[in-house]
Each structure stands twice: as C-alpha cells, then as structure tokens.
Design a protein around this ligand. Structure first.
Ligand SMILES: [Zn+2]
Length: 293
C-alpha cells in the first residue's frame, strides 16, 4: 500500500533534504504467522523511499522487525524491535568527489562494519584520519603519533591549513589511541578492551565533522573566491567595452552626418546606417584601426 505522509527526510545517497510527498514512499507490512515465539504478535515491514532529486532518484530500502497487535489480516505494528538498512547498507553519508577516493572508501567501510565489528571500524576510522592528515595537511611520517605532533606544532605556529583547529588535533589523538586497540590487539590477547558500536560511531562522526571543516569548507571557499574573480573579470571586460564604445563615439562624431545606432550596441553588431555606401566604408575602416583607449 502506498502511504500518504508529509515528513522531512534527507536522502542518504545525495544528502539532499526534502519533504516526502505522496508516491515517494511505499511501505508494506506482513504478519509473521508463527505458532510460538517470545514477541507476542510480530510482523515485518519493508519501507522504500524514492529520492526527489532529479540528479539522484535513488531508492532507500529498510526492513523493520516489529511487535504489534492483531493477526494475519489485522496486524498493526506498535513497536520496532530492530531495523535493517538494506539500501544503502550503512548510515554513511555520501561524500563529495573532491575528497580522495581512498579516504572516502575507508570512511564508507568504517560505517559498514560499525555494528558487525566495532574494532575494525575504529581501525578504519584511524586510518581514514591518518589519510586526511597526509592529504589535507601534507604531513607524512611513519607513525600517526609523530604526524599529530607535527600538526600540533603547525597549528600552534599558525601555519596549518585553514580549518585545522587545536580541538580537532586533540580529538584525532583520542581516535589514535582507540584505533590502536583495534590495530594492535593481537599483541596482547589477554588485554581485551572492547569498543562498542556507539563508540565506533563517535569516531565516524569525527571524520564527518572534519570532512565538513576541512574539505567542504575549503571547496566552498574556493568556489566563492572563483565567483568573485569571475565578477572582476566580467566587470573589467564591460569597462573595456564601454571605453571602446566612448572612443568609437568620438571617432564617429566628425563623419559627415551618418545616422548611427547607440555606440555600445554598435560595437557588438556594427551596423551603420549611413546615407551613402562610401560614408559607411569610411567609418568602418577608421573603427577597425582603433585608437588607444
Ligand atoms: Zn538522493
């Protein structure tokens, strides 16, 4: 059955916020007709959402396992016991292509294995952050701890890239120590420090924050400056055209009574309505020679 809703939703594929309208969402619930289990009455629902962004149009699919009331033809879900994202398969946010592929891949994988293996997720998060320090901050050493020390020195000296703050460096240092547990746990099998999915998620959120503060902020700064530059170039061109038009007016004025269309337009489309063909030729030759403006 198609469900009528008007809820706000952010597409996990393109990150475009939107209001879900009729026909954009589909949900079907099935009663689980089983003789004995601990959930009372249970059902399973599949929910599909189609993205309205014309450049995306992706379908997001989630399966919900529910407890509820009623039986096979009257079942109504009351409580979600568990939800399973089918598509996309994790809560990873889609990241722009100006972030290097290897860094994005580590991030996506850290999100994908978060619930299955939080330790692996933390290890991937650590590697992702190391990749960001190497790429964004141009610091490459053999150990992350040395890279962080160097980054910290640069932040203090004021020559770290824009957007890199002392708070970020501290936060990455915490990830480094947590990520080490995942990376080197085989060294001492008797010391088991568990990382739960919630903790792995905190690391993932730090990566998302730094994607925003570092890469996205740098790109939007670059685009804003490019816009300013484009306006500057456009204005300089307009000024040159206006100056040329003024000179053209001065040149044309002494001609023996030609009827001219306005100077600015005539430069782009120099149609000169002159009383005789000889006068037209005279004016065109003088214009083509030009004069310093
Ligand atoms: Zn989308």
């Amino acid at each position: 059955m198609a469900k009528s809703t008007s809820k706000n939703w952010v597409c996990p594929f393109c990150s475009r916020p939107q209001t879900v309208t009729d026909g954009q969402e589909f949900r079907r619930t099935e009663y689980l007709s089983l003789r004995e289990h601990k959930y009372g009455e249970a059902g399973v629902s599949v929910a599909a959402l189609a993205c309205a962004n014309p450049e995306c149009r992706e379908i997001t699919l989630t399966v919900y396992f529910t407890k509820g009331e009623g039986t096979w033809d009257t079942y109504r879900a009351k409580e979600v016991v568990a939800s399973y994202p089918l598509r996309p398969e994790s809560t990873a946010k889609s990241q722009p292509s100006y972030i290097p592929q290897a860094i994005r891949d580590d991030y996506y994988e850290a999100c994908r294995v978060r619930d299955l293996s939080p330790k692996s997720s933390a290890t991937l998060a650590r590697r992702c952050l190391q990749g960001m320090i190497r790429d964004f901050c141009s610091i490459a050493m053999s150990r992350l701890i040395d890279e962080l020390d160097e980054l910290s020195r640069r932040v203090t000296a004021g020559n770290a890239p824009a957007g890199v703050t002392p708070e970020a460096v501290d936060a990455i240092d915490h990830v480094r120590s947590i990520g080490n547990i995942g990376a080197h746990m085989e060294k001492d099998v008797n010391v088991i420090v568990d990382i739960d999915p919630g903790e792995a998620q905190v690391l993932i959120e730090l990566i998302e924050l730094l994607f925003e503060e570092w890469y996205v902020a740098r790109e939007s700064r670059r685009q804003r400056l490019a816009k300013v530059t484009a306006i500057g170039v456009q204005k300089a061109q307009q000024l040159a055209v206006a100056k040329a038009a003024t000179n053209y007016g001065k040149l044309a004025a002494p001609a023996a009574n030609p009827v001219l269309i306005p100077p600015a337009a005539s430069l782009r489309n120099p149609v000169i309505r002159a009383p005789s063909p000889s006068l037209t030729i005279g004016v065109v030759v003088r214009t083509a020679q030009g004069r310093p403006s």
